[in-house]
Design a protein around this ligand. Structure first.
Ligand code: ADP
Length: 452
């Protein structure tokens, strides 16, 4: 056990007194015996007072030590006031101030750390910090979710062991020596691949290099780019055939066929048909772009179902009957009017009737019906035509999607009719859908809210 400095001081003090007494006794023998009673009393009183004083000082020092231990363990409750006026009181005050400041700093740092952790945890971007030895120091939940890693599995692991994407490891290796920020792209997942923009930035802190990896989801952006590219390719393709035909037949005519009295009219007819097709395409494209840009202005008012259906059927009947098709209309009594733009909704119905006529072989039948319930009025155009394979059902409302492109083009179709129809129905807050079986026919439905 260590000997306390006070005990050492006491022993020293006793030794000093003993030495003085021995010196007095040697100088004047017998003195000690004479003054002994008085000396003893003085010594006892002095000893008693010293013990009292030393005990109080020791208690104050113990209190300081306990306070320091408490602070080291993270308890920053202030020290009780020391009422002394000596150096020990000054020391207690200084220690109390230091610990209070330390407590405040730790509180601020903890708050900042919690805030940063909450921000990183709530981010949709994946974030990871990689140390100089390529170990993952930190990563947020999104990072592990994006890379399909088990939660909490990557922290502390070497990057190369934690993930499969070598591009990410390569990017980190490039910036760890303190190089420039690196950007790139990575694809994750096999069934539904998603694209992420990757940024690896070097961080130099506390004399060590590390890297921050950020993954940002750009799947939708890439999808839109692909859609736009496909769209441009489709449009160019659709324009190419009629333009080539027009050019070819015009050149044939100029090259001498103008004199060919038998065929020249036929050639001009072909040019006219292709020009019409181009006009239809441009009309449909303009319409589609207007709708998609949100510029379709609907004049919504109550529209009578019977008037709408009969008007469209009258227009379609001529073509249908010429092809040997029967059209039946069945409208129950008491159908409420729908809240719609009559012209636009007429276009939807007309398109469905045209398609039914187009894709039903001679001798078939087209039924047009409407029913109403609490959700609105459902219009149905059913045919006994060629039907649509199940795998195509989901896609026929896409722009330019056709089951049989050659057949559609031959018949003058643009592949845009159903896309326009869906946009118009959507703009009415309604829904359009189809049921079909190959060889048996198709049933197209759309539902529009009733006018209140
Ligand atoms: P299109 O101008 O080619 O008719 P649409 O957008 O109107 O373009 O239709 C898209 C495709 O859906 C058509 O090419 C056709 O393959 C299919 N389709 C549409 N209506 C019918 C139907 N009633 N019966 C069979 N197939 C249909």
């Amino acid at each position: 056990m260590p000997v306390s400095p006070f005990r050492r001081l006491g022993i020293l003090y006793l030794a000093l007194v003993a030495a003085i007494l021995i010196a007095v006794e040697v100088a004047a023998p017998g003195t000690l015996a004479r003054i002994f009673p008085a000396l003893l009393i003085i010594l006892l009183i002095a000893g008693f007072l010293s013990i009292l004083f030393l005990r109080s000082v020791a208690a104050r020092i113990r209190r300081l030590k306990q306070f320091a231990d408490r602070a080291a363990a993270g308890d920053f409750t202030p020290l009780e006031k020391d009422h002394g006026r000596d150096e020990l009181a000054d020391l207690a005050q200084a220690l109390g101030g230091t610990v209070a400041q330390l407590g405040q700093s730790i509180h601020t740092l903890t708050e900042e750390r919690n805030r940063s952790a909450a921000i990183l945890a709530s981010m949709v971007e994946g974030v990871a910090v990689v140390a100089g030895d390529e170990r993952v120091l930190y990563c947020n939940q999104a990072f592990e979710q994006i890379l399909e890693l088990p939660e909490g599995s990557s922290q502390g692991k070497k990057l190369i062991e934690a993930l499969r994407q070598v591009e990410l490891v390569a990017a980190v290796r490039q910036v760890l020596p303190g190089g420039e920020e690196v950007t790139g792209e990575v694809e994750v997942g096999t069934v539904r691949p998603r694209s992420f923009a990757v940024t690896a930035a070097p961080v130099h802190a506390a004399g060590a290099n590390s890297a921050v990896l950020v993954l940002h989801d750009i799947t939708e952006l890439r999808r839109l780019e692909r859609v736009r590219r496909d769209f441009v390719a489709n449009v160019s393709h659709e324009f190419k055939t009629p333009l080539t035909a027009i050019q070819g037949f015009a050149e044939t005519l100029l090259g001498g066929a103008l004199e060919d009295t038998v065929n020249r009219a036929h050639f001009v007819e072909i040019i006219r048909d292709h020009a019409r097709r181009l006009a239809r395409l441009t009309d449909d494209l303009l319409k589609l772009s207007r709708i998609e840009a949100g510029r379709l202005e609907l004049e919504l008012r109550p529209v009578r179902v019977a008037a709408l259906v009969n008007g469209c059927v009258e227009t379609a009947r001529l073509k249908a009957e010429a092809k040997g098709l029967r059209i039946h209309v069945l409208l129950p009594d008491g159908l409420p009017p729908v809240r719609a733009d009559g012209a636009q909704l007429g276009e939807v119905l007309q398109n469905l009737l045209d398609n039914a006529t187009q894709y039903t072989p001679p001798g078939g039948q087209i039924d047009v019906t409407a029913t109403s319930n609490a959700d609105g009025v459902t219009f149905t155009v059913a045919d006994t035509g060629i039907g649509i394979p199940e795998s195509d059902l989901e896609r026929i409302f896409e722009r330019f999607y056709r089951v049989d492109a050659a057949r559609s083009r031959e018949a003058g179709g643009t592949g845009l009719g159903l896309a326009i129809a869906r946009h118009i129905v959507d703009a009415h807050g309604g829904r359009i859908w189809v049921e079909s079986a190959v060889g048996q026919g198709s049933r197209f439905h759309f539902r529009i809210a009733a006018a209140s």
